[in-house]
Ligand binder design. Structure first.
Ligand code: LMR
Ligand code: SF4
Length: 514
């Protein structure tokens, strides 16, 4: 085996997976776009998403800033040295991180230290199997944290909100799968894809669910019951009205793949792996002697370019005359004039802050004056040039709900007027927005290239001890578009969509599969 060539092939696989969505996924995104109603927030989000896909293609830059937990599944002919392959993959990952194709994403779970190169205990995940064929099959998935957090495992029988009892049969499974889409709301950057694993134990059930994400979006399940289930879920989950980013709308689910394995008598698990629209998984077959790529997987059929009429166009929102401009410091009066549904464009400074910063700010002073300022829930991909200047390579929003325990208190403590993130926040933050005069702005999750393009300068950074994604970056932006989804008058689009989708979920209570 030419191991240097193999390493080069793995580097190509990593870069391609991070920067270019596969053909089957692109077709699913296009189909969603075609059924969304023009002029809605969901349609605007899909425009931003397709612009972003195109920008990532052109710049060979990460589609989304979150590299996820890189997971490789490899099949080798008998006799291939797997240790050697592992080392080559680790080298390829380090190189791709250095070049800004991946975000340094490997964090010591006890100390919080970011290794900086995407290596660390158990990371990346590399799983081997042997087979009788004479070539190597390597599949890679980069599944981000926001959608990973929306995975769910059901133990049957159980009671499900909206759907009642789910028993140990196909109809109980159907209810779990419908519920899994409801509970994700927009937080995993819907419209998403789900892999479902029926049976196994808690760990093999999730493995089976994730395995389904390696199927082509367009394949047909050879098991007749599972085919019916997949089709049922695709048809009906899209009636829940959750829509892209949870803004409400027609496209909630882009793919559903179900697999089954045996279980033991006492356990009956249904495990669901949720993947965002930025469904980055690819595969290659590699020649076992030369180490070269023979073939790319998931790349049959038509390539949707999202080009020409889309890429050059600004988003629907930024063309609209109703866009409200915000520039920090923002007054309370201005914030109180905003209401749910307003589209805003931010110019000027904003500060990133996510998990580590929120915890830090809850019991420390802020390193900068945050009065009237904007906090962006974002962990960007950053690169330093030779002159020591920082550049933003990808910078979409992160899931805001993780900051729910801190957000309201921090806004009041420091006088912050606006927070930007995705997926919305809960009742504690909503109450604080009303009391203090604050607003929650929902940016388009995964649109890391689109937002990186709005960032015109990096003016500083604080708290670098938390690592690149968690530091407080001072960003100068222009035309940064987001939607008001929680205002200072007690309104939350997220609470409304949750409520209406729960009502819709209840339509699916009656048995379907006998
Ligand atoms: O870590 C991130 O950048 C974001 C994460 O993928 C998320 O969806 O919240
Ligand atoms: S930010 Fe959204 S698109 Fe990116 S990995 Fe997280 S869930 Fe996926």
């Amino acid at each position: 085996m030419n191991i240097a060539k193999f390493q080069e092939s793995m580097y190509k696989l990593v870069v391609e997976t991070s920067t270019k969505l596969p053909k089957d996924v692109r077709r699913a995104v296009l189909a969603a776009k075609q059924k969304e109603n023009a002029g809605t927030s969901a349609a605007m989000s899909l425009d931003t998403i397709t612009n972003n896909i195109k920008m990532a293609d052109d710049k060979v830059s990460p589609i989304c800033q979150d590299t996820g937990l890189p997971t490789f599944k490899i099949k080798t002919p008998v006799g291939v040295n797997q240790l050697e392959l592992k080392e080559a993959i680790r080298n390829a990952i380090v190189l791709a991180t250095k070049e800004g194709k991946l975000r340094p994403n490997s964090v010591n779970s006890l100390t919080g230290e970011n290794s900086g190169d995407n290596l660390g205990a158990g990371v990346p995940v590399i799983k081997f199997d042997q087979w009788e064929k004479d070539y190597i099959d390597v599949r890679l998935i980069l599944k981000g944290g926001g959608c990973e957090n929306k995975n769910i495992q059901y133990s049957l029988p159980c009671e499900l909100e909206g759907l009642g009892r789910a028993g140990r049969d196909l109809d109980g499974i159907r209810k779990c799968v419908m519920h899994s889409v409801y509970q994700a709301q927009g937080q995993g950057c819907s419209a998403g894809f789900i892999g479902v694993g029926i049976g196994g134990d808690r760990s093999s059930g999730y493995d089976l669910a994730k395995e389904q994400l390696f199927r082509s979006v367009e394949d047909v399940n050879p098991n007749e019951d599972l085919r019916r289930l997949e089709e049922y879920v695709m048809e009906n989950a899209n009636k829940l009205g959750i829509g892209t980013m949870g803004f409400g709308g027609e496209a909630t689910l882009l793919g559903c793949k179900v697999g089954v394995m045996n279980r033991i008598p006492a356990s009956f698990y249904v495990s669901v792996a949720y993947n965002c629209w930025a469904f980055r998984r690819l595969g290659v077959s590699v020649d076992a002697a030369s180490g070269e790529i023979n073939e790319w997987m998931y790349q049959d059929g038509e390539f949707i370019d999202f080009a020409a009429d889309e890429a050059e166009k600004e988003t629907a929102a930024s063309r609209s005359e109703d866009v409200i401009t915000l520039e920090a410091p923002i007054t309370e009066e201005k914030i109180r004039s905003l209401k749910v549904g307003d589209v805003v464009q931010i110019n000027g400074l904003m500060y990133t802050g996510r998990d580590a910063i929120h915890k830090y700010l809850s019991d420390h002073d802020a390193p900068v004056d945050l009065n009237g300022q904007v906090i962006y829930h974002c962990g960007p991909v950053m690169l330093k040039d030779e002159a020591g200047e920082w550049h933003v390579k990808a910078a979409g929003p992160t899931t805001s709900i993780r900051e729910e325990p801190y957000q309201g208190d921090i806004m009041k403590k420091f006088g912050i007027r606006a927070v930007i993130g995705k997926g919305g926040m809960g009742p504690k933050t909503l109450a604080a927005l009303e009391e203090h005069g604050g607003v929650y702005l929902n940016a388009i999750g995964g649109a890391a290239q689109y937002y990186a393009d709005c960032i015109k300068g990096v003016e500083g950074v604080d708290l670098m001890q938390f690592g690149i994604p968690e530091a407080m970056w001072h960003l100068r932006v222009e035309g940064f578009t987001a939607v008001v989804t929680m205002d200072s008058h007690g309104n939350s689009l997220h609470a409304d969509v949750d409520k209406s989708s729960l009502e819709k979920l209840a339509q699916f209570k009656e048995p379907v599969f006998k």
